[in-house]
Design a protein around this ligand. Structure first.
Ligand code: OKV
Length: 255
């Protein structure tokens, strides 16, 4: 019995080997699990569920096949695919979750989220997020013709890439205080997130009662991005582990 967490797969038409390995993951590892959680950035970009590219239909069909096998798939939006809506969720059979969710799993109390909301020191990003997540602005954006949405999205990604080059390492990482606040607020002993592409399982010392200076250890498991290998966080009764698996080079590439 296990529950799997993945994220930061960054699927796109441009990187078919990532897509192939993701499909293989859905057809193998994922079918052995009780359920699958995707913690955001399944896609590298998302400009609306109405994008007619066959690539998205293919991904939806592969995800739906998992549901048909009886394995539920939950999805939390990432900073890239935050515009995924109920139409794509229905098509792929995924259950959309709010940006932050506390789940009880095999005696663990776990808060799951994408992780971008913990990067509070990146004020530039948080401003972009606030604007692009606004319900009214999203509705307006989705009213634009697809070609114009493509254009805006490309401009924004180029601009963001330039800005990120100037940002320091610690600005792009989670803010330690924001992590503590989140854990205290939800009274959890684990958080699982992605976004930062810094895979690790961190121990966090938390002061429970300041007067007695009693402490507890909480843990933060961070997903890895699917750049050159696949990865997941596997939760069982016994452990929470970060697991990497090599990309299988396809026959297509060997020719
Ligand atoms: C996703 C990010 C581009 C970061 C834009 C309103 C607005 C939606 C959007 C357009 C861009 C998603 C949907 C993309 C994430 C970027 C650049 C930086 C840091 C608006 C609603 F603002 F224009 F009105 N977008 N796309 N970035 O290309 O997938 O996360 S995207």
């Amino acid at each position: 019995m296990s529950t799997l967490f993945i994220g930061d797969i960054h699927l796109s038409v441009e990187y078919p080997e990532i897509t192939k390995n993701f499909f293989r993951f859905l057809q193998t590892e994922a079918t052995q699990a009780e359920s699958l959680y995707i913690l955001g950035d399944l896609f590298d970009k998302w400009i609306g569920d109405d994008d007619p590219h066959p690539f998205y239909r293919e991904v939806a069909a592969e995800l739906f096949a998992l549901k048909k096998k009886g394995i539920p798939c939950y999805f939390i939006h990432g900073n890239r695919d935050f515009l995924i809506g109920q139409a794509f969720a229905d098509e792929s059979g995924m259950i959309l979750l709010p940006e932050c969710k506390v789940i009880q799993l095999y005696d663990y109390n776990i808060c799951i989220l994408h992780g971008d909301t913990l990067c509070t020191k990146d004020t530039e990003y948080q401003i972009f997020r606030k604007i692009a997540h606004h319900r009214f602005i999203q509705r307006l954006f989705l009213c634009l013709p697809l070609s114009f949405r493509f254009y805006i999205a490309k401009k924004l990604r180029l601009q963001s890439g330039e800005q990120n080059k100037k940002k320091g390492e610690e600005i792009m990482d989670v803010d330690p205080q924001s992590v503590l606040d989140l854990m205290a607020c939800h009274d959890v002993d684990w958080i699982i997130h992605g976004h930062t592409h810094r895979p690790a399982i961190h121990n966090i010392e938390m002061i429970v009662t300041p007067l007695l200076s009693s402490k507890k250890i909480a843990r933060r498991a961070v997903l890895s991005a699917w750049h050159n290998e696949g990865s997941m966080i596997k939760v069982t009764f016994d452990a929470i582990e970060l697991i990497f698996f090599p990309f299988r080079v396809s026959d297509f590439e060997k020719i």
